[in-house]
Design a protein around this ligand. Structure first.
Ligand SMILES: *[C@@H]1O[C@H](CO)[C@@H](O)[C@H](O)[C@H]1NC(C)=O
Ligand SMILES: *[C@@H]1O[C@H](CO)[C@@H](O)[C@H](O)[C@H]1NC(C)=O
Ligand SMILES: *[C@@H]1O[C@H](CO)[C@@H](O)[C@H](O)[C@H]1NC(C)=O
Length: 358
């Protein structure tokens, strides 16, 4: 049985009533499925303050992790890194701890289910759940989570939403907000959400930036196809956690310009040797701004029209580097999305420090 087929069979199996599930499990030969059924786990609460030691779960090696909130309920399936083709690698080794609802302080849209890794199920570690341990990290480098909009809009997660409502962790108003924002065709919105200008987010250098911007009540697409190379995919592979930063460079004083800061590398950055050589993006370095490289050109200006008549690129000159910069006042869909993000929290950049020559 192929892995995908086995997963689908498991999904069907897990959706059936418990007694039936036991019967099917007893006659099915696939040990993987038997194993997954055996590891259906029960959790009494998703509230980090109410979690008990018996809520300790082990997701290691599971695809999916099946949890129920009581024995009579249909199990809820949680996947480590579900793709659009409904495939996911299993949870990594040592994915043990407590599932809980992370209530984000900025916006409910960033709230969601996370897994707090703890070394043991002792009550002392569970009572101080959020004071100790670490969240499981997803392949992107951000905490593994199932965000509230996905919980609300994907029918696969109805059981979790019902549990959150029972525990007063979410409000009907929040659910309604998710539904009205994303609508019925929510899968057409990029899963990576950004609601604050300088929010950290994961980026894959071999791809494009494809995100959903929510600024107040408005929703926008942000698709920067050429940010990591003149052609997508760009010259580098690897990934990082990054953020936008309003420019404080004197050369951009008076205009609204964003740079991209590489905060930490998640998968090592290497040149993509399968691509034609493109030297216009410098190797992304942790802590630094994303940097573009260009050759200085000498312009010959037509004195009558003021239009450059001839551009000579000096191929032997040193490459000039400058931070990647995006002026948000461009009249494009991306400009509009970034302006909304800038304006929703009245971003006030620090005045730039202009050094005057003596
Ligand atoms: C996780 O999912 C993303 C998006 O589908 C994909 O690009 C990435 O390769 C996946 N990573 C792993 C380790 O499965
Ligand atoms: C979640 O956080 C918000 C904002 O900090 C707060 O108003 C709300 O009461 C919290 N909800 C729960 C269930 O703790
Ligand atoms: C961006 O994400 C959306 C939603 O996942 C997807 O439909 C679209 O094809 C993506 N665009 C690109 C260029 O990858």
């Amino acid at each position: 049985m192929s892995l995908l087929c086995a997963r689908r069979a498991t999904a069907a199996l897990l959706a059936s009533p418990l007694v039936l599930r036991r019967c099917i499990a007893a006659i099915l030969p696939d040990p993987k499925i038997l194993n997954e059924v055996a590891r259906l786990q029960t959790v009494s609460s998703l509230n980090s303050l109410k979690i008990r030691s018996s809520d300790f779960i082990d997701a290691s090696g599971l695809a999916p992790l099946a949890v129920a909130f009581d024995a009579t309920q249909k199990p809820n399936q949680l996947w480590y890194n579900l793709s659009k083709k409904f495939e996911s690698p299993p949870f990594p080794p040592a994915s043990k701890g407590f599932l809980y609802y992370h209530n984000d302080t900025h916006t409910p849209l960033e709230s969601g289910i996370r897994l707090r890794l703890t070394p043991s199920n002792s009550p002392s570690s569970s009572s101080s759940l959020l004071a100790s341990g670490q969240d499981l990290i997803a392949p992107s480098g951000a905490p593994w989570h199932i965000p509230l909009p996905a919980l609300v809009l994907d029918r696969m997660h109805t059981g979790i939403i019902n549990q959150l409502l029972r525990e007063n962790m979410v409000t009907q108003k929040q659910l309604w907000h998710c539904r009205t924002l994303f609508g019925k065709r929510w899968k057409q919105w990029a899963p990576q959400l950004i609601t604050r200008l300088t929010q950290e987010f994961p980026a894959d250098f071999s791809g494009i930036l494809n995100m959903t911007v929510v600024a107040g009540e408005a929703i926008h697409r942000l698709k920067l196809a050429h940010i990591f190379g003149l052609e997508a995919p760009g010259p580098w592979t690897g990934s990082a956690i990054v953020r936008f930063e309003p420019s404080t460079l004197p050369k951009y004083a008076g205009s609204r310009v964003l740079h991209l800061r590489i905060l930490r590398i998640v998968t090592p950055v290497t040149p993509d040797t399968t691509r034609p050589r493109d030297v216009r993006i410098a190797k992304p370095e942790p802590g630094a701004l994303l940097t573009t490289l260009s050759r200085p050109s000498s312009l010959t200006v037509d004195s009558d029209t003021d239009v450059p008549a001839n551009v000579e690129v000096n191929a032997d000159a040193e490459l000039e580097s400058a931070p990647w910069a995006y002026n948000i006042d461009r009249q494009t869909a991306n400009g509009e999305a970034l302006r909304a993000l800038w304006e929703v929290h009245n971003w006030n950049p620090k005045p730039s420090i202009i050094v005057h020559p003596l």
